[in-house]
Design a protein around this ligand. Structure first.
Ligand SMILES: Cc1ncc(COP(=O)(O)O)c(C=O)c1O
Length: 363
């Protein structure tokens, strides 16, 4: 066996087919994708304009330090300097960067059981010892997680809000948890859905924990700003932690167009507002419709909803696909009768519900 032993148990990521291929195979147009928590309104228009303007510079390498982007991000956040930021090729990459920078042989990570799968996969690749803590009613059980911290614990991953459940940990729970975390462990708050989560009045402002020196917060342009395809996210941490992350980061990990796009997106408040109101309207509509259909769902602080269809999710996925709607089946998380649906446009949400009604109504 040529591969490293810790790779043997890792399943390869199974990407879905491109939309164009699904349309060709089914012979239909306008397949809608509600599977990856993307922004259904398209990319931020200001970001698109900035990408067009930056195209002429593609003969140059990107700025390895994302100078302007870090400066702009720091300017928005009181008390932070550019040296508190680490940019990633999507916030995904920051998870890998943190493991590379901080995990020694034999050290442990703590993760929850119904959460973003990359924590587990990236930790296996890093050869970490992994402690998995079950959730309670689809919510992170921070008390249980704190009780599992040992002197071997190096990283604790917390998706807040969480994917795929859509739940979040509030201010008080997070504060109580942070009191129990020793200086020897780093808490990684993954805030990919921050812009949606902060609509809740008790959503925690985790920036205040950065000065403790053992916290990393990651955020992304993929979701609220509609820039999944160009790959840009960032971490905030003490300048000491950030400087170690910088040591293991590939210098040109964030490409030139992505930097230009992210910078412009930060000025696109109109787009962000539209996104948030479309998401809220879509959630209200879907909650109502799920209620009418007698389906249990998990109230969400994100741009997607986890819902129990009470039929094998593989079957629901395939039947929806054949009607031109792509959702996410939840078998990979062991939730065999659940699907996760991303909030779409009003038209997309209606189409999804109409097809769901048809499927549920039939045997
Ligand atoms: C909880 C969570 N974290 C991180 C990511 C990664 O996002 P990106 O790499 O596009 O920034 C996702 C994407 O779905 C996510 O759901």
């Amino acid at each position: 066996m040529l591969a490293r032993k810790n790779l043997l148990d890792i399943k390869n990521y199974e990407p879905g087919k491109p939309i164009e291929e699904v349309e060709r195979e089914l012979g239909i147009k306008e397949v809608i994708k509600l599977a990856s928590n993307e922004n259904p309104l398209g990319p931020s228009p200001k970001a698109v304009a900035a990408i067009r303007a930056a195209l002429k510079n593609l003969n140059r390498y990107p700025d390895a330090n994302s100078f302007y982007l870090k400066k702009r991000l720091a300017a928005e956040r009181f008390e932070l300097e550019p040296s508190n930021f680490v940019m990633g090729n999507g916030s995904d990459e920051l998870i890998t960067i943190a493991l590379k920078a901080f995990l020694n042989e034999g050290e442990e990570v703590i993760i929850a059981d119904t959460t973003f799968l990359i924590y587990n996969i990236a930790s296996q690749i890093a050869n970490a010892r992994i402690t998995v803590v079950p959730m309670r009613d689809f919510k992170y059980d921070l008390k249980a997680m704190a009780s599992r911290i040992s002197d071997k614990t190096k990283l604790i991953f917390i998706a807040n809000p969480d994917n795929p459940t859509g739940t979040y940990c509030g201010e008080e729970e997070v504060a109580a948890f942070m009191k129990q975390v020793p200086q020897s462990a780093i808490v990684f708050f993954d805030e990919a859905y921050y812009e949606f989560g902060r609509q809740k009045s008790d959503f925690p402002e985790t920036l205040k924990y950065l000065k403790g020196g053992n916290v990393i917060i990651s955020r992304t342009f993929s979701k609220a700003y509609g820039l999944s395809g160009i790959r840009v996210g960032y971490a905030m941490a003490s300048s000491t932690l950030a400087s170690f992350m910088e040591k293991v980061r590939e210098p040109f990990n964030v490409n030139l167009l992505a930097q230009a796009a992210a910078l412009a997106a930060l000025d696109d408040e109109g787009f962000l507002k539209k996104t948030l109101s479309n998401t809220q309207r879509g959630k209200d509509f879907l909650y109502r419709e799920f209620g009418k259909l007698g389906l249990d769902y998990v109230p969400s602080a994100t741009n997607f909803i986890l819902v129990n269809i009470k039929k094998p999710s593989k079957e629901i996925f395939n039947r929806m696909l054949s009607e031109g709607v792509i959702v996410r089946g939840m078998e990979a998380w062991g939730l065999n009768t659940f699907i996760r649906v991303t909030i779409g446009t009003e038209k997309e949400n209606k189409k999804f519900i109409n097809i769901l009604k048809k499927i549920i109504g039939s045997k």
